[in-house]
Design a protein around this ligand. Sequence first.
Ligand SMILES: Nc1ncnc2c1ncn2[C@@H]1O[C@H](COP(=O)(O)OP(=O)(O)OP(=O)(O)O)[C@@H](O)[C@H]1O
Ligand SMILES: CC(C)(CO)[C@@H](O)C(=O)NCCC(=O)O
Length: 306
Amino acid sequence: MNRHSLYMEFSREEWSAIRDHTPLPLTKEEFEKLKGLNDQIPFQEAEQIYHPITRLINLYVAASQQLYKSAAYFTGSQEAKSPYIIGIAGSVAVGKSTAARLLQLLLSRWTNHRNVDLITTDGFLHPNRVLQERGLMKKKGFPESYDIKRLLQFLTEVKGGKPEVTAPVYSHLVYDIVPDRAQVVRAPDILIVEGINVLQVNKESQVFVSDFFDFSIYLDAEESDIKRWYIERFRMLRDSAFRNPDSYFHRYSTLTEEESVQTATQIWEEINAVNLRQNISPTKGRAQLLLQKGSNHEIRKVLLRK
Ligand SMILES: Nc1ncnc2c1ncn2[C@@H]1O[C@H](COP(=O)(O)OP(=O)(O)OP(=O)(O)O)[C@@H](O)[C@H]1O
Ligand SMILES: CC(C)(CO)[C@@H](O)C(=O)NCCC(=O)O
């Protein structure tokens, strides 16, 4: 280990050996029942890698709750404690939402933070109408495609302890913001905010999204692997979600195997890879925890900021 590096570095083996004696707060049987997660993340990965991560976060949250108590005692304040906010960043298709859902589930099993909410910054994309007006339909996911002021307002209210805060909702099916839907966040113990842009800074504001984070994670992988996962997901969607006539990509449901690989490759190269290189990857060094995935999504290396 480089003693003067900003990060402590752990191999997969070293990280999983850290597991202290706290048992995984979830049995294999319970995990098996969780459709949608267990068909993606093997139980062993949850147990060996994600469990120690949640134990570490649990210690951080407990320390922050203690700090809050000390400050409340000192000031005599009766203010309710504000949610502990965790940001998860990384490329399109690197597996942020899958990892975020598993962390949400595992974190909610600890008695001092049962209530764990999860939102994605997809909901803060401008609606297609605005993106079309501004010529940004091929820039979805780029910094200018988000209503960052609204996201900052949302985080200000959550962190300020407002009992109910609403976030807009994005549908991948219709490829747009859903006008009449909202997600309500009710003062959780922990809020996970997942999105490609959560560690970005922007010129228009003095305040950044990450200013509201108590902890941040960057999910990293080789670009060639992420591209392959993107294409695989696109092919899977061609055979499922794209078949739905309401799908924005319904026209893609009739593509041949070869055409769907070509189309996905083109979207990846023209939009998501450019965004990854220009705007997402450069934010890596701002995360407190860096998780490096191997070609089968297994976490190969864990880097923790000192
Ligand atoms: N740990 C994992 N093990 C196996 N497959 C995974 C894992 N995490 C994600 N995947 C698969 O990789 C693909 C991308 O995952 P996911 O949708 O979670 O990515 P994302 O980063 O949230 O993407 P986006 O930003 O496009 O919403 C999906 O097809 C998912 O099934
Ligand atoms: C909504 C985002 C930006 C982020 O999740 C992404 O999934 C996306 O739609 N990117 C635009 C190009 C594409 O359709 O993949």
